[in-house]
Write a protein that binds this ligand. Structure first.
Ligand SMILES: [Fe+2]
Ligand SMILES: [Fe+2]
Length: 208
């Protein structure tokens, strides 16, 4: 990695972890939130939204790593476009976590570093088409995971549900973008490893 790339990587990490993310679209969550949540529901909703916020921290890291690993300006701009939508997700999930009176994962710097390393390695070692394959598989897994939250989030939590629904639609679009850009299908063992890593992350982030 050259000096410019290092500066970009550090800038992205600091912005994701320390700055207030700025969404380019308004939050999908309705202005009036309906029935207030009981304490147990509020805590469970917050734990799920913390997991989703960690996922979005990882999305920032993955896309930044992949952008820096690619030398193709057309691909870089597609990744940048998807990554702007991920910034919306980051802002929306953080805002919802605060409304639920909870905090982001304390391990976010660790999640960011791990995801950045994976994104960069996928692009550098595997090349652009494998890196795109990685986007497809990641976004597919995220979509399935968000879908599972639709049955786990409290029924009354319309605000979190609206955010998760819009995120799902965006993640599907990111996967389709990567397919159109020439993604290769990842080998099954790699998909399995990614699922295992995601399982560790979601289990830990539910609590910490
Ligand atoms: Fe996202
Ligand atoms: Fe995405």
């Amino acid at each position: 990695m050259n000096a410019d790339a290092l500066i970009l990587a550090a800038d992205s990490a600091l912005r994701t972890l320390l700055a207030e993310p700025r969404a380019s679209r308004p939050t999908p969550s309705p202005a009036i939130h309906g029935t207030p949540l009981g304490d147990a529901d509020r805590r469970e909703a917050a734990a799920l939204m913390r997991v989703n916020h960690v996922g979005e921290v990882c999305a920032q890291a993955l896309y930044t790593g992949q952008m820096l690993a690619s030398r193709d300006p057309a691909l870089q701009s597609k990744l940048a476009e998807a990554s702007r939508e991920e910034t919306d997700h980051l802002a929306w999930t953080l805002q919802r976590l605060r409304e639920l009176d909870d905090r982001p994962s304390l391990l976010n710097p660790l999640w960011y570093a791990g995801a950045f390393a994976i994104g960069y390695a996928a692009g550098k070692l595997g090349g652009d088409r494998l890196s795109l394959g990685f986007v497809v598989e990641t976004e597919n897994q995220v979509e399935a995971h968000l879908n599972s939250h639709m049955s786990r989030l409290p029924a009354d939590d319309t605000a979190s549900r609206a955010i998760v629904a819009q995120m799902m639609a965006d993640e599907v679009a990111h996967a389709r973008m990567a397919e159109r850009a020439g993604a290769v299908t990842l080998p099954a063992p790699v998909k399995g490893l990614m699922k295992m890593a995601a399982k560790v992350m979601t289990t830990v982030a539910h609590r910490v």
